[in-house]
Design a protein around this ligand. Structure first.
Ligand code: C2E
Ligand code: MG
Ligand code: MG
Length: 333
């Protein structure tokens, strides 16, 4: 293990690639051989320990321990279950309306995934999305969501419903994976839906690691008319520099700040700062997790009229939301 430390230490030195210093993060996994173990098994164990080191923030070294195998096989089983759920229609979408408080108009929807498990009942995305994000399974989920949303939009348009843009949550890894904008383009064309009806929400993390790829892909999406939002804004560490470089359209204030807001609460100041930042960067700003009239009022007073939260609507079935859109066009006609 002192050898591992020495390797880590030397790998911390940046290397120079075409004049730019590049930092390499190293993760080391180690396993100790016992008389009964095969070479293959030993390497497998070291590999598992390496993944463990990676998950512990990289730049460290771990010895294999048996509990790692349990965790990995548990994860593997869960991944299999998620795959089967996608294939056997246990996954579906609900839609949460987003409201312009100045006119009470629904100006958009956010599509949120649900898993109706045959035994466990409704499984929260907070439970299975992080597992799916460990592998390319998250790409499958993203494709499922985009396909379902565009199919729904196309159906609504055939039924003469006045649709509003629908936002989907896409994992940063999926966004920068090979062929993502092409997939969007193909699917839009397949369902004959214009790109302006689709929005993509990304959480902050990915921008920092892969700024140049992000810029390229986001620009391709914008050419299709697809707008991009930063989800849970304020919880990550987006530098202002990157925010300015990226072709973004919307900041979504994270619900933790909104929930803490109201009557001079600490959250107010953060909301105010984010709203001003958005205005300065020429971005729209949507507040999520609005639960009370007071929160809505505080946000309005701060100049943010685009709200999403239980105070207005919960995530609802496509039938219910479709009916709301129908009622809204009658009301506005
Ligand atoms: P998110 O994208 O920030 O979605 C907003 C979450 O806040 C949703 O939870 C929504 O139901 C909830 N919410 C909305 N209004 C309120 C409110 O007033 N109060 C409170 N307490 N909560 C509110 P949900 O549907 O459980 O989703 C949780 C997270 O799971 C999402 O956060 C998103 O990160 C992820 N997720 C959901 N669907 C998908 C998906 O299709 N793909 C991916 N990659 N991630 C998804
Ligand atoms: Mg979201
Ligand atoms: Mg959010």
């Amino acid at each position: 293990s002192s050898l591992a430390m020495a390797i880590l230490e030397s790998m911390r030195e940046p290397v120079t690639l075409t004049d730019k210093p590049v930092n390499v993060a190293t993760s080391i996994g180690m396993a100790i051989s016992t008389p009964d173990i095969t070479a293959e098994k030993l390497i497998q164990q070291a590999d598992m320990a390496m993944y463990w080191a990676k998950q512990n923030g990289r730049d460290n070294a771990k010895f294999y321990e048996p509990h790692m195998a349990e965790k990995v096989s548990g994860q593997f089983q869960f991944e299999q279950e998620i795959k089967e759920a996608l294939d056997s229609h246990q996954m579906f979408l609900v839609y949460q309306p987003q409201v312009d408080s100045s006119s009470d108009r629904i100006f958009g929807l956010e599509a949120l995934i649900r898993w109706q498990h045959p035994e466990k009942g409704l499984v929260s995305p907070a439970e299975f999305i992080p597992v799916a994000e460990e592998s390319t399974l998250i790409n499958k989920i993203g494709e499922f969501v985009i396909d379902s949303v565009l199919r729904r939009l196309s159906k609504w348009q055939q039924d003469k419903v006045d649709v509003v843009p629908v936002a989907v949550n896409i994992s940063g890894r999926h966004l920068i994976s090979e062929g993502f904008p092409q997939f969007i383009e193909r699917t839009l064309r397949h369902y004959k839906v214009d790109g302006r009806w689709l929005k993509i929400e990304i959480t902050e993390g990915v921008f920092i690691h892969d700024v140049h790829e992000s810029i390229e892909i986001m620009s391709a999406l914008k050419t299709l008319g697809v707008e991009i939002s930063v989800d849970d804004f304020g919880t990550g560490y987006s530098s202002l520099h990157y925010l300015k470089m990226l072709p973004l359209d919307i900041l979504k204030i994270d619900q933790s700040f909104v929930l803490e807001s109201g009557d001079g609460a600490e959250g107010d100041k953060i909301c105010e700062a984010i709203i001003q930042l958005a205005q300065n960067l020429d971005l729209q700003v949507i507040a999520e997790g609005v639960e009370t009239e007071l929160q809505a009022k505080v946000l309005n007073d701060l100049g943010c009229n685009l709200h999403q939260g239980f105070y207005y609507f919960r995530p609802e079935s496509e039938e219910t939301v479709g009916e709301r859109l129908r009622q809204q066009s009658k009301r506005l006609a």
